[in-house]
Ligand binder design. Structure first.
Ligand SMILES: Nc1ncnc2c1ncn2[C@@H]1O[C@H](COP(=O)(O)O)[C@@H](OP(=O)(O)O)[C@H]1O
Ligand SMILES: [Mg+2]
Ligand SMILES: [Mg+2]
Ligand SMILES: [Mg+2]
Length: 305
């Protein structure tokens, strides 16, 4: 048995599977045969979503058979999927890292892995592939402990960002975090918000913050990375609609970097496999979180009780 912790081996496998998924997603876009099916209103799935899900499920379930894996796409893994990532392939960058002490002894069957094989599908089908991310998040006791985010269309070969709660974020440099109790500048905020799932309530919450700039971009992973990197001050989504696989990986990275992700009331999300929907919205900041939550109007909050 390897002496390397389960968490480090799981992140290594996830990095390999996310990178391979990125290659699959780029290949599907290149062929132009997206194979779009509608799962619901404004909720498309493509061949890239299906193939990337199979790749990630096969890689993680073969190496960690006792892990509870919850993926967005309900697709059956086929025998060829097990060779997409070679069984002995690892990420040397991950294996050389030290596991944070609190996570060293976590066991396979303590963990839940939340997989969004392609986040930002709507944008993928509408000519904005740079909004797409591959999201693999890990939770323990209903809270995020680690995450991997791959951006298939970042630069020529894509970018992979990963981290463990209690450790550093790797693959990018997060913006400096500040006190959640800090007051935010009035009229100076850059808010990132959905591009394809707008509603009056979402707009009401954003307008109340009197933002300097409102950036409409696709993908939950993409928007949270923008906050993590300092390209926006907050992601504010006063709506149901995102699921636990949309937030788990990114929340782990935000926590590792000293930021905060909550619902519109300022409460933590619980990564419980029986409650997949983020039914009270999502708010992400790297500083001034409490002030931002306080500025969301009560009638907006009342819609999510
Ligand atoms: N109102 C809604 N209905 C269905 N899905 C929603 C939704 N709002 C957000 N989502 C999901 O949350 C993710 C981010 O959405 P957005 O880009 O609008 O911020 C998308 O994930 P997927 O692309 O993985 O399906 C999208 O499906
Ligand atoms: Mg989807
Ligand atoms: Mg998603
Ligand atoms: Mg998805």
């Amino acid at each position: 048995m390897s002496s390397t912790s389960v968490m480090i081996r799981l992140i290594s496998a996830s990095v390999c599977a996310a990178n391979k998924s990125g290659a699959i997603i780029r290949e599907v876009l290149k062929t132009g045969e997206l194979g779009i099916v509608q799962k619901g209103v404004n909720d498309p799935q493509t061949e890239a979503d299906r193939r990337a899900q199979r790749c990630i499920s096969a890689t993680i379930q073969s190496r960690f058979p006792e892990i509870n894996l919850i993926g967005e796409e309900d697709v059956a893994v086929e025998s060829d999927d097990y060779t997409l990532v070679k069984p002995d392939e690892e990420s040397d960058d991950v294996l050389k890292e030290t596991c944070p002490p609190d996570l060293v002894n976590l066991k396979e069957n303590d963990l839940t892995v939340w997989v969004d094989p392609l986040d930002g599908t709507k944008e993928f089908t509408e000519g904005f592939p740079e909004h797409v991310t591959v999201l693999i998040g890990i939770s323990y006791n209903e809270r995020p402990v680690g995450g991997v985010i791959h951006q298939p269309f970042y630069g020529p070969t894509g970018r992979t960002v990963w981290g463990l709660v209690g450790g550093a974020v790797k693959g990018m440099t997060p913006v400096a975090s500040g006190d959640p109790g800090e007051k935010l500048s009035e009229g100076g905020l850059r808010i990132v918000v959905t591009r394809s799932h707008m509603s009056q309530t979402v707009r009401d919450a954003v307008d109340a913050l009197n933002p300097k700039e409102v950036l409409h971009v696709g993908g939950s992973g993409n928007k949270i990375l923008m906050v993590l990197e300092g390209a926006a001050d907050a992601y504010v989504y006063a709506s149901t609609g995102t699921k636990k696989w949309d937030t788990c990986a990114a929340e782990a990275l935000v926590m590792a970097a000293g930021g905060k992700l909550t619902n519109v009331h300022g409460s933590h999300l619980l990564y419980n496999p029986t409650q997949i929907m983020n039914s009270k919205g999502v708010v992400v900041t790297m500083r001034g979180h409490d002030d931002l939550i306080a500025r969301i109007p009560s009638p907006v909050k009342a819609k999510f009780c």
